[in-house]
Structure formats: C-alpha cells, structure tokens
Design a protein around this ligand. Structure first.
Ligand SMILES: *Cc1c(COP(=O)(O)O)cnc(C)c1O
Length: 229
C-alpha cells in the first residue's frame, strides 16, 4: 500500500508508538503524540485532527499566529516546541496551551508576569551542552525548576530536550541522552518527559518519553525551510 495521506502516516506512527511502548513494558496510553506541523498549512492540521490527533506542535510564534486563529474550532491542544523570544511572550500566551521550550529564567519571569491563567511548561535541557543550542544545562536544571515553580501561574510539568542531529541520524546514538534526561526528570519528581522526533521517537519511548514531537513521519517531508531545530 502506498502511504500518502496524513491519516495513513498517523496510523503507522501510532502502530510504531504502541510497539515501542510494549517493548519497554509501558502502556501506549502513557505516550502522547504531538504532531509538529511547522511548515505545513492549516489544511494539514485539519487533516491530522480529523484523523484523531489531539495535540499539535509549532516551533515559531509568527507561523503559529498565521494558522492557529483559523483553527480554533479544532478540539486540539496547542504546544509551543521552539525557542520563544521574550518580546513574543504575550502572543505565545494567546496561542498556546503548553510551552515545551522554557529555556531561561528570564523567559519564565516574563511569561509568569504576562499570563492570565495557569500555564503548564516544560524546562528545556541541553543535555550534552551543544554550543548554540537553547536550554538549561543538566547542572542548572534543578535550581531552575525550583525557581520557575515559585513563579505565579507557571506549572512545571517536566523536561524537554532536542537530541543532537547525529551525522548518520542513528537513533541509538541518542539513547544515552534520553536516559540522562529521564534520570534528571525522575530526580525532580516531575511527570512529563518530552523527547523524541521522527528519527528517534521509538528510542525515546523505550527510555520513558511521555510526549513525542513528530513532524515528518506524520505530515511528510518538509518542502519549505521550516527549520530543523
Ligand atoms: C521540527 C521539530 C520537531 C519535529 O521534527 P521531525 O523531525 O519533523 O519529526 C520536534 N521538535 C522540535 C523542537 C522541532 O522544531
């Protein structure tokens, strides 16, 4: 069978998620698929929602602002998964239900100040200290989680990481990174672990991911430079 529609691809992804969970002795219900729709049009998000996706991720506020307002009728939760500049905090708060990419205390303070309701957030951790990448170091994470948790309206739900793009994109190479993030999350006693993308979500699930952020495997290859993280 030729797989061409979002619904077909999603069915395959769901199957792979379920198998990865079972390999790890977990229930597939513990893993939430966040369909990352960056660079894809609103119509693709409509398709994903019609196929049963309940969580949509975008990585840029500007792009999201062009799509989300026309999709408010969909029964989906909106996740911001990319870096947020403090000057776009207010717009982001109007668009998104949860922020995976809380990557500085400054951003946390601005969001706390601007939010008019409880806002679930995940702390982004740069596990291997890649240069030029956003996020707290593992050493900073504990203090940061405590500091953010003290801010009004912010609810720290867990940790998020974007694994390095290994040259061969071999998922096994990132397993130790996922394992480290899980240990850190366990030490903090938090429920959520956002890790795993198209090339490595099965390994991430085996290592405990509760949220996997999947773009290409659901929507197809990106034609326009939607920007890999
Ligand atoms: C684009 C993106 C994803 C999804 O990437 P795919 O490789 O298309 O699955 C996940 N997380 C973040 C932060 C992204 O920017």
């Amino acid at each position: 069978m030729r797989v061409t529609t979002v619904a077909d691809r999603l069915a395959l992804v769901q199957e792979r998620v379920a198998r990865a969970a079972e390999r790890a002795g977990r229930s597939p219900a513990e893993v939430t698929i966040v369909a990352v729709s960056k660079s894809f049009p609103a119509s693709a998000i409509e398709e994903a929602a019609a196929a049963g996706i309940a969580h949509i991720g975008e990585n840029r506020v500007q792009e999201a602002a062009a799509k989300i307002p026309s999709l408010r009728h969909l029964p989906v939760t909106w996740h911001l998964v990319g870096h947020l500049q403090t000057n776009k905090a207010k717009t982001a708060l109007d668009l998104f239900d949860i922020i995976h990419s809380m990557d500085s205390l400054r951003l946390a303070e601005v969001l706390s100040h601007r939010a008019e309701r409880a806002l679930p957030v995940l702390l982004e951790v740069n596990v291997v200290g890649e240069a030029g990448k956003f996020g707290f170091s593992p050493q900073e994470a504990l203090q940061a989680a405590e500091a953010v948790a003290r801010l009004p309206r912010l609810e720290v739900r867990g940790l998020m990481t974007v694994a390095p793009l290994t040259r061969l994109r071999r998922a096994e190479e990132v397993r130790p990174i996922f394992r480290d993030l899980r240990r850190l999350r366990d030490a903090l006693g938090l429920p959520e672990l956002s890790m795993g993308m198209t090339d490595d979500f099965e390994v991430a699930i085996e290592e405990g991911a509760t949220l996997v952020r999947i773009g290409r495997a659901i929507f197809g290859e990106r034609q326009t430079p939607g920007g890999n993280p």
